[in-house]
Design a binder for this molecule. Structure first.
Ligand SMILES: C[S@@+](CC[C@H](N)C(=O)[O-])C[C@H]1O[C@@H](n2cnc3c(N)ncnc32)[C@H](O)[C@@H]1O
Length: 257
């Protein structure tokens, strides 16, 4: 690989590299197992369910929805980058498949024997929209979705810290996405802690360095009750492309509208 360059926007963001190195290679799938296990635990232990779920900042990957698929009727994917939206659309059309090992892992956690490709098809059927999103906007999905909060569950995995670079900005983004969530709806938030950059392909991108206490304060300030948290240490992953020292998971419930 040529020398890593620092990039200030996402135009060179390499979606294929992201999928191979962070999701689908054997090593990547092994590293990501903690995330899908965590989602399995949150949904099961807390009986999470609802009609409509939004994943905010889905990227090109559907691994955050493998468990959710069992508990909701409709799933909306969203991302900021056109290249990621195109990747998701191609997957939805059946032109590509995704991390088979992660899907198999979730199916085995559920004690089922179903084929990973059948599970992927179940998920495809539940996906009712692939939408552009901007968490920094007070109307993150634009006008069409701004009239009333229509989602019962919002999942956002390692997204906001790549979009804004102050703790105040992070909280504001949470308020923005909360406007899409109904009262008593659930927020599942994954965040990288204590690091300010990550590498995708030949480029390094900036991230917000936020600690656990700041993160939880943001979630509360944005109007959520924290129902559960979990943490993965750096040693649980081989995070060679990331500068973060750990990963933190929050399940919140929206307290007011
Ligand atoms: C590290 S990736 C996480 C992708 C996926 N959720 C996962 O867990 O692998 C961060 C994602 O945040 C998205 N993103 C960056 N800026 C954003 C913004 N202003 N609004 C919404 N999403 C944004 C990027 O397009 C990217 O897909």
């Amino acid at each position: 690989m040529e020398k890593v360059k620092v990039e200030s926007d996402f135009k060179n963001y390499d979606t294929e590299w992201y999928m191979h190195n962070l999701l689908t290679s054997d090593e990547a799938s092994y590293n990501m197992r903690f995330d899908v296990e965590l989602l399995h635990r949150f949904f099961n232990k807390h009986n999470l369910s609802g009609k409509r779920l939004l994943d905010v900042g889905t990227g090109p990957t559907i691994h955050t929805l493998i468990t959710a698929c069992n508990y909701v009727d409709e799933i909306f994917l969203s991302d900021y980058m056109p290249q990621n939206l195109r990747y998701l659309e191609r997957w939805h059309e059946g032109e590509t498949n995704q991390a088979v090992k992660l899907i198999e892992h979730v199916v085995s956690l559920e004690g089922r024997t179903m084929n990973a490709r059948d599970r992927e098809d179940e998920l495809r059927k539940k996906v009712k929209g692939i939408l552009p999103v901007d968490v920094t906007s007070s109307k993150p999905l634009g006008e069409a979705f701004s009239s009333k909060p229509m989602f019962d569950i919002i999942v956002s995995s390692y997204c906001i810290e790549t979009a804004v670079f102050t703790v105040e900005g992070y909280e504001k983004c949470l308020e923005n996405i909360s406007s899409l969530l109904r009262k008593d709806g659930y927020l599942i938030l994954f965040a990288c802690l204590n690091g300010d950059n990550y590498q995708i392909g030949d480029y390094k991108y900036r991230a917000l360095s936020i600690n656990k206490e700041e993160l939880q304060a943001c979630v509360r300030q944005a109007g959520f009750e924290i129902m559960a948290t979990d943490k993965a240490a750096e040693t649980d992953y081989d995070a060679k492309y990331m500068s973060f020292d750990s990963y933190f998971y929050i399940l919140g419930r929206k307290m007011n509208c």
